[in-house]
Design a protein around this ligand. Sequence first.
Ligand SMILES: [Mn+2]
Length: 256
Amino acid sequence: MSLSKGKILPLSSNGSEDDALMKIFVGYDSREDIAFEVCCHSILKRSSIPVEITPIKQTYLRNIGLYWREKSQLESTEFSFTRFLTPYLANYQGWAMFVDCDFLYLADIKELRDLIDDKYAIMCVQHDYTPKETTKMDGAVQTVYPRKNWSSMVLYNCGHPKNSVLTPDTVNKESGAFLHRFQWLEDHEIGSIPFVWNFLEGHNKVVENDPATFPKAIHYTRGGPWFDAWKNCEFADLWLNEMEEYLKETKKEIAN
Ligand SMILES: [Mn+2]
């Protein structure tokens, strides 16, 4: 796909497993371009391993014939369904991460990669929650369903035989329930990641003096500071600081 962002191999590269490229696909929504940019910035800035980030853009996927699904009212973002093309886009090889654009990373992505266990088909944070809001972001309808938010950050074992189900055909035709609840998998094929890697703003809480509750990736699932309505949400300052830094660096790049 076009427009990949990446970090080239570190100078200390010695061909070890630590130097293997981590493929990351980030959901792109044209109403949240800045959120996408800041999310990518937060990953790349902290990563000690080489990373390749590819946006999942619906218009692009439609243009190249991988996505033809009719739009529905239930889709709250442009990547509601296209996210499930991740294993296909990674050529069904190795591990790849999908993440929504409304995340802010505070930790090295290597720490997350180190949790990968090949016995699973996918790994994710297994939230158990029902949102209080009935609308999200810019007024789109918030739907409630089991495994809500599990699909917002998923490590896919792309070469796992079970994931070969996720062809473009399946992604275009299957129901939201089938896809978002991972119904092509048995429960034991879904690995668990600590919640701090998909820390839901407004839901998960930091417990003082308990580092196991300190967020490593904040998910502004209700809407983040890039929307007027959420300017004062929890952790807004962290996102705004990251945005300032991103904008400064972009300006510098343009000036050079
Ligand atoms: Mn989200």
